[in-house]
Design a protein around this ligand. Structure first.
Ligand code: ARG
Ligand code: ZN
Length: 473
């Protein structure tokens, strides 16, 4: 039985995050004197990325039409957003980094707009009523490039020698389309992407078709299930394409840089069996499409779990494919509400790699855990607690991945295999196509196990330094 009285202070403090996104955004509405409470805020209150996302509205759908000239690196775009005002709005922001806005309408009426850093500030001709659905159309162009994240990595539209590697975690979506760029706001997407003939443009979701005319090919994609902006891609390159449908009816589309094809083939071939194995552990695969984008992008240094179709900077190893596939459940379908809670993505995806090894003739998760636990207190693994990385510069650090996974292993030992896997399945099912917070996960684990797990999570997620021993509830 859950004993709320024994819950740790930190979990109680964080419970405020456990609200629906709309309410979350509303919490942070700080009405400036000039705004009189009717201007949407410039961020949703993320402690690490204060300007990410915007207050006052919620996007339901993005319709993105892009034309990318791989020769000059010029991008011309039109973004049509369907949104709903969550308050009366005389003004609101979108996130857009660089690029030039050449036209902007709200409900087909020209709207005033200015730029202020990554904020595109829009003043519609007529104020929007609370609850009103409205349409924002933005035409824009320019030469997109990446942003540099707090940890020094590149993120967003990253040009390559034959196109662009496009990945937006945590903040790069704004480098190629105007967005409400925070994971609290998920939406469906349509993509229509035109590139020179011979190049392929790969986005998320189901491939709807392609047409070539006048030396240009247009690719159409549809992502129906809600998606966070950081998981959108429109990766362009010279790719070898393979399409097939799995036994479970999932439509697979693989796009592979020919220079990576030989190394990638044996790994990509395993995708259906990896997804089947993960479906057995976590419940049904949450999307109707899947696949892999294998690029050659030497200056990137990471892969990203772009929704339905992860993007790899080079041919991946099998454990990376397992990791990005696990994110389809943990991160993509069940999405975090604050970048501080990134362990909900990376701890889970990393633990899935351990489980895969354990069940496929490799070392057991216990052995992986023990090898990590043997590291001295001075090791970088213990530099900060995974549930509280401290800054945006740490969100992809080793403690988030490895100690995040260790936390799940400690949970598994505490509740036993049967309950542990029931917890993972319930988490994926109850938050499917939505959001999940750490306090919600803790509550769910306590509910399924009937144990008070407050001390365990307090120790492993939030306590600075190497935990002294396995915390036994
Ligand atoms: N989520 C990715 C993964 O672990 C890592 C993304 C890193 N992004 C970055 N900007 N460094 O699969
Ligand atoms: Zn990951």
């Amino acid at each position: 039985m859950t004993q709320p009285a024994r819950r740790t202070a930190i979990l109680r403090r964080e419970a405020v995050i456990a609200t629906v996104p709309v309410a979350l955004a509303a919490l942070f509405v700080a009405a400036g004197p000039a705004s009189a409470g009717t201007a949407g805020t410039s961020g949703v209150g993320d402690p690490y990325f204060p300007l990410a996302g915007n207050g006052g509205y919620d996007v339901g759908h993005y319709d993105l039409t892009l034309r990318y000239d791989t020769g000059t690196g010029h991008l011309a775009g039109q973004a049509v957003l369907t949104a709903r005002a969550t308050q009366r709005l005389t003004r609101f922001d979108l996130d857009l980094n660089g690029l030039k806005v050449t036209g902007l309408t709200v409900d087909h009426v020209k709207a005033d707009h200015t730029r202020d850093g990554q904020e595109l500030v829009v003043t519609p001709r007529h104020a929007l009523r609370k609850g009103q659905t409205f349409r924002i159309a933005v035409t824009y162009e320019g030469k997109p490039g990446p942003v540099t994240d707090p940890d020094g990595s590149l993120d967003g539209w990253i040009p390559t020698d034959d196109g662009a590697f496009v990945a937006g975690e945590p903040q790069g979506a704004m480098t190629w389309f105007p967005a409400n760029s925070h994971p609290t706001d998920k939406a469906s997407y349509d993509f229509t992407i035109t590139v020179p003939k011979g190049r392929t443009a790969v986005a998320n979701g189901v491939f709807l078709g392609e047409d070539t005319a006048h030396g240009q090919t247009t690719f159409r994609w549809r992502q129906r299930e809600p998606m966070a902006a950081y998981l959108a891609t429109a990766t362009v390159g010279k790719f070898e394409v393979k399409k097939y449908t799995t036994r479970d009816g999932i439509q697979v589309y693989d796009a592979v840089d020919p220079r990576e094809a030989e190394a990638a083939a044996p790994v990509l071939k395993q995708l259906p069996s990896v997804l089947e194995w993960e479906s057995k552990l976590f419940g049904p695969y949450p999307f109707r499409a899947a696949g892999s984008i294998v690029d050659r992008a030497p200056n990137v240094g990471y892969a990203l779990e772009t929704q339905t179709r992860p993007v790899y900077d080079a041919a991946p190893g099998l454990s990376t494919l397992v990791h990005e596939s696990a994110h389809q459940w943990f991160g993509d379908s069940v999405t975090l509400t604050s970048w501080k809670e990134i362990w909900l993505n990376e701890g889970f995806a990393t633990y899935t790699e351990w489980l895969y090894g354990e069940q496929h003739g490799g070392e057991t998760a216990q052995q992986t855990f023990d090898a990590l636990y043997a590291r001295p207190a001075s090791d970088g693994l213990w530099a900060f607690p995974p549930g509280d990385p401290g800054s945006g510069a740490n969100i992809f650090g080793t403690p988030v991945y490895a100690r995040g996974a260790m936390t799940l292993h400690v949970l598994r030992k505490a509740v036993g295999d049967r309950v542990f896997f029931r917890i993972l399945r319930a988490w994926a099912a109850e938050h499917r196509d939505g959001h999940g917070t750490t306090p919600q996960f803790v509550r769910l684990a306590e509910r399924e196990s009937g144990k008070d797990l407050g001390d365990l999570f307090q120790t492993w997620l939030y306590t600075q330094g190497k935990p002294a021993g396995l915390s036994k509830p």
